[in-house]
Design a protein around this ligand. Structure first.
Ligand code: AKB
Length: 320
């Protein structure tokens, strides 16, 4: 990777992926693109930033040409819970951004990373140690887009030779930008609330297991996979990865060990309850470990310590 374009750079992943890529590949070799002018303005303080609507094929092509881009990270997407509020819009954005990325990657010879998700699985997928290759019949529009995206990305690789690669992200826990509209968002929000008010109301049922990943491991996964030897990749779109799996109740107990006054209660959102129940409890990520050396560093205890520290610092700086 020499010249990298991050599309959707102002979201939860992009906000931290841009500095991670800058560190590895050089400040001027990373172009941060986002649709929202106020976000582009913010990004421009620390990165080469450009306004870009991923659905605007011409503007997308111009950006690739202007900056001589050879690798694209396509992060533009609506998440699972938001997608259920407006399925047509979710299909339009998620598939539109992907199709443009695939066609332009093909035309300009770029490598392409597009995240998939645990949302690609559904109710009749085995929930325990979910295999790499298994039943994928999701019941959300987000999941339908993810499965379609995986198939299309593999198709563009085998049919046109496009270097497409992807991981199935679990919930990503981070302290940069907030996630928005996801089913796993509770595992981020709770830290901000626990540190500020000592209280949190959770919309996901207390005993629902879901896989999670701390952001530093998610960043490492993206660069590690994109740098992996193509001859070793049996799979491409998309690899199961995980580093921890827990329920809301278990996470809140860990927080309470560190903030004894913390109290959580529940006001279940039926959409999030349905989605979270249909997703795996814990993934089998052995293919990623074998094929490109996936080896996460962060477990639940280290992650909880670090999130509390970071949220306390943000609060002290008056950032929320
Ligand atoms: C969501 O909850 O929608 C996302 C995901 C797991 O893909 N965080």
């Amino acid at each position: 990777m020499k010249k990298i374009l991050v599309v959707g750079a102002g979201g939860q992943i992009g906000t931290e992926l841009v500095p991670h890529l800058q560190k590895n590949y050089g400040h001027d070799n990373v172009i941060a693109a986002d649709l929202r002018p106020e976000i582009v303005e913010k990004l421009s303080k620390t990165a080469v930033a450009v306004p870009l609507d991923a659905l605007d094929t011409e503007a997308y092509a111009e950006t690739i040409k202007k900056y001589e881009v050879d690798s694209i990270f396509n992060l533009a997407a609506l998440l699972s819970a938001t997608g259920e509020k407006n399925p047509q819009l979710a299909w339009k954005i998620n598939m539109g951004a992907l199709l443009n990325s695939l066609n332009l990657a093909k035309e300009y010879g770029c490598a392409l990373f597009t995240p998939s998700s645990i949302g690609a699985f559904g109710e009749n997928t085995p929930h325990n140690k979910t295999p790499q290759d298994t039943v994928m019949r999701p019941n959300t529009i987000y999941g339908v887009c993810k499965v379609s995206g995986e198939l299309l990305s593999d198709y563009y690789h085998t049919r046109f030779g496009v270097d497409t690669r992807s991981v199935r992200f679990p919930g990503i826990i981070s302290n940069g930008a907030m996630p928005g509209g996801g089913t796993t968002d509770y595992a981020v929000e709770v830290f901000y609330h626990a540190v500020k008010t000592g209280k949190y109301t959770c919309e996901v049922p207390e005993d629902t297991y879901m896989d999670m990943l701390y952001m530093p491991d998610a960043l490492e996964a993206t660069t590690q996979l994109m740098e992996a030897d193509p001859d070793k990749l049996i799979h491409r779109n998309s690899f199961n990865i995980t580093s921890m799996s827990f329920t809301p109740k278990q996470l809140f107990a860990k927080i309470k060990e560190r903030i004894p006054e913390f109290e959580a209660d529940y006001k279940i959102d039926p959409v999030k309850a349905r989605i979270s129940a249909s997703w795996p409890d814990c993934l089998d990520d052995s293919c990623a470990r074998r094929e490109w050396g996936w080896n996460p560093k962060w477990g639940i205890d280290e992650m909880v310590d670090d999130m509390i520290r970071a949220c306390r610092e943000k609060l002290a700086r008056g950032e929320y």
